[in-house]
Design a protein around this ligand. Structure first.
Ligand SMILES: C[S@@+](CC[C@H](N)C(=O)[O-])C[C@H]1O[C@@H](n2cnc3c(N)ncnc32)[C@H](O)[C@@H]1O
Length: 275
């Protein structure tokens, strides 16, 4: 199943009130967009960071909000009809060609890139020299408990073995403030800072299930019938209850820095360009 199918816009928006929106707002508080600025919001989803950014840059600014998922982009267009400065695009942002942005930001997006380092470097190259870069990622094993209990529930409902542990990912090595700051510094950013945004969700049965339906975990259910999904829901909720899980860790790391200014006469343009 492709990532295009992994998120559902309506459930994503519903979960957004608890999860995506506070994280998006915290990301924007670090990026500090100003009136008139041009911003690239990569992996924009339904606009948790793109919408507040568009409000901040105002009608004289511009936000290019880019997501792979057509349903996310449709949802963002629906939610932002009063913000003509927000342009929502369905595209792979790692192939985005416009550059020269004052801010390049991505909330909970960069770890989806098939090559996280190359994709991130590419995004950084789209900021103007001196432009601000803000990338938010999960801290440690945030959200993982939901995935583990879902995996157990799918195995029980379908009478199949437990899913294998996912292979190691670069993300596992850079999901703490120090390691993330070091990795961002290796990307060539100056004045790197990592802010910790603490968040925990209270796992009522309704919210616990919305965490699955309104996130990428939904993809694990895509091939099942409605009856099987209902059985998974029951096993998942009892697994959480038996495991004493009443809260879900959802803390993020908001990494920021600046694309270095180039020396005078280097020939690198500072005005908006298309590569
Ligand atoms: C966890 S969601 C976060 C969405 C949004 N930034 C927010 O905080 O609510 C991740 C999003 O990244 C998008 N995505 C993943 N890879 C992408 C790519 N290469 N180009 C554009 N969007 C991508 C997915 O479609 C999904 O909407």
């Amino acid at each position: 199943m492709s990532l295009r199918d992994a998120f559902d816009a309506a459930d994503f928006t519903a979960l957004g009130h608890h999860l995506w929106n506070p994280i998006g707002a915290a990301t924007v508080a670090i990026a500090m967009p100003k009136p008139g600025e041009r911003v690239l919001d990569a992996c924009c989803g339904a606009g948790a960071s793109a919408i507040p950014t568009a409000r901040a840059v105002g009608p004289g600014g511009l936000v290019d909000a880019v997501d792979l998922s057509a349903s996310m982009v449709d949802e963002l267009r629906r939610l932002s009809t009063d913000l003509p400065q927000l342009h929502a695009h369905q595209a792979d942002v790692t192939a985005w060609a416009t550059g020269g942005y004052d801010i390049v930001q991505s909330a909970l997006g960069i770890f989806f890139f098939p090559d996280m380092t190359a994709g991130t470097d590419r995004l950084i190259s789209l900021a103007r020299p001196g432009g601000r870069i803000v990338f938010t990622i999960w801290r440690g094993d945030a959200m993982a408990a939901a995935g583990e209990h879902l995996g157990r529930a799918v195995a029980e409902a379908t009478k199949t073995p437990l899913p294998e542990k996912r292979p190691p990912h670069l993300f596992d090595q850079i999901n703490q403030p120090d390691s993330y700051a070091a990795w961002l510094t290796e990307r060539g950013l100056s004045n790197v800072d990592v802010a910790v945004h603490e968040l925990r969700l209270t796992m009522t049965p309704e919210l616990a299930w919305l965490v699955i339906l309104g996130s990428g975990y939904r993809g694990a259910l895509a091939k099942f019938s409605a009856d099987t999904v209902e059985a998974v829901r029951g096993f998942y909720l009892s697994s959480l209850r038996d495991g004493g899980v009443t809260e879900l860790e959802a803390t993020t790391l908001i990494g920021s820095g600046y694309r270095p200014r180039t020396h005078a006469g280097s020939g690198i343009p500072s005005a908006p360009v298309r590569w």
